[in-house]
Design a protein around this ligand. Structure first.
Ligand SMILES: Nc1ncnc2c1ncn2[C@@H]1O[C@H](COP(=O)(O)OP(=O)(O)O)[C@@H](O)[C@H]1O
Ligand SMILES: [Mg+2]
Length: 412
């Protein structure tokens, strides 16, 4: 029997109170008071479990021995061996031997540390704030039959000293966590807003470019043509031969105009599908560049690439287009390879060249790369541009996460 004089117990309580001052987290509180508590309630293991604000989960902080109780958290309250106490169904738990006490061993109980650490005698009292259980104080010993109702009474006093501190720390932790969640949400929103802004700017620039092209090429051509027509009209001996260059000029302008419209709106994409549109772009751009380049295109997506929302597939196509343009314009490559791939979780487009690589780039973005990145971000795709180690050259890849298909469909 342990007999402590009431005055000495009171001294220990006072010490516990003093030690609590200035401790700002659960661990430091427990570390600092454990020795003092052991004078009143001897133990090999002490832990404090705190119910999270959602009431469903709890965390545990321990001293003495390290067990899985302290490592595997947060854990559901319903799996705790002392859940009746945490639910407020009982005022205390006291056992001479937790190994054989059935109240700790129910289906799903997280009780293996009792065996792993040879915990026999155990006592548990609730930490209460204004009558509400916010957690529990637990002491355990390797010995059997150690604790009595007197220990429970002492533990209650200690729990009452600790509870308000833990309550305050829990509230501070919660506030900190909410602040972080809120800051993250705000950062995400801001990122999206900036992305949209950049794309709007890019689209605006694109519109300006189209306007300029129309102005510089087509309008200039048409103006020239109409002047010549005027001049011709004033001449008495106009022949079909004289009109010939005019027709050619007109045809040229119409061709240019078609091309500008084509670039502004990838209609092939909608009409013939993604792979065909990429192929079309490859063929035409290489032909126009007059470079001697071979190309290949592999579509291994089994049609998945053509099941995307229009805005998503346009964004992907634009990215592919720019990657191809860069390979033709900057890489001095001898071949360009485009691969469209599909996995369970993503659709990936890769544009590879065997050219100079990015090492000699004077600047790593003239806007084109930045636009690819922005377009990818707006459709939540991952974008990368990097050197291809084995063969030299550059690899652009854009990978769009796809949700798993809902089950239960009439899949063949
Ligand atoms: N496939 C590539 N091979 C070699 N260099 C490249 C390639 N793609 C991009 N670059 C380099 O990166 C620079 C930036 O590309 P980009 O942002 O598209 O701007 P721009 O096409 O206007 O030059 C290019 O000027 C070029 O030097
Ligand atoms: Mg470019």
């Amino acid at each position: 029997m342990r007999n402590l004089a009431p005055a000495s117990v009171f001294d220990h309580y006072l010490n516990i109170s003093r030690l609590l001052a200035g401790q700002l987290d659960f661990h430091s509180v427990i570390q600092s008071v454990a020795a003092e508590i052991s004078h009143v309630i001897p133990h090999d293991h002490l832990d404090v479990c705190i119910i999270l604000v959602d009431e469903q989960f709890h965390t545990a902080y321990e001293t003495g021995l390290e067990t899985d109780w302290g490592r595997r958290f947060p854990a559901p309250v319903s799996n705790s061996p002392i859940r009746t106490l945490l639910w407020g169904e009982t005022e205390y738990l006291l056992t001479d031997d937790a190994w054989s006490d059935p109240q700790f061993h129910f289906q799903g109980a997280f009780s293996h540390p009792i065996f792993h650490q040879s915990l026999h005698s155990r006592l548990h009292v609730p930490l209460k704030v204004q009558g509400h259980v916010i957690g529990a104080l637990s002491c355990s010993s390797h010995r059997t039959g150690l604790y009595t109702m007197e220990d429970i009474e002492n533990a209650r006093v200690i729990a009452d000293l600790l509870a308000p501190h833990f309550f305050a720390i829990r509230a501070a932790d919660q506030a900190k966590r909410s602040a972080i969640v809120e800051a993250e949400a705000r950062a995400r929103e801001e990122g999206l807003r900036l992305g949209a802004l950049k794309l709007t700017e890019a689209l605006e620039a694109e519109r300006q470019r189209i306007g300029m092209d129309l102005h510089d090429q087509i309008l200039a051509d048409l103006t020239r043509l109409s002047r010549r027509l005027e001049r011709l009209a004033r001449q008495p001996d106009v022949t079909g031969e004289a009109l010939e260059p005019l027709f050619r000029g007109l045809q040229h302008s119409m061709h240019d105009l078609r091309q500008i419209i084509e670039e502004a709106k990838p209609s092939v994409l909608q009409l013939f599908g993604f792979a065909q549109a990429v192929e079309n772009h490859l063929e035409r751009s290489i032909q126009e560049s007059a470079a001697t380049l071979t190309w290949s295109l592999k579509d291994e997506t089994g049609g998945a690439i053509d099941c995307l929302e229009q805005s998503v597939s346009i964004a992907l196509f634009r990215i592919g287009q720019e990657a191809i343009n860069n390979a033709i314009r900057h890489a001095q490559a001898s071949s360009i390879e485009v691969q469209l791939k599909a996995s369970e979780s993503a659709l990936t487009i890769e544009v590879m060249d065997d050219g100079l690589g990015l090492g000699n780039a004077r600047r790593l973005s003239g806007g084109g790369i930045e636009n690819m990145r922005t377009r990818a971000r707006l459709i939540s795709a991952r974008f990368a541009i990097k050197a291809k180690a084995a063969t030299g050259g550059t690899l652009v890849s854009v990978s769009l996460p796809i949700a798993a298909k809902p089950s239960g469909g009439a899949a063949a």
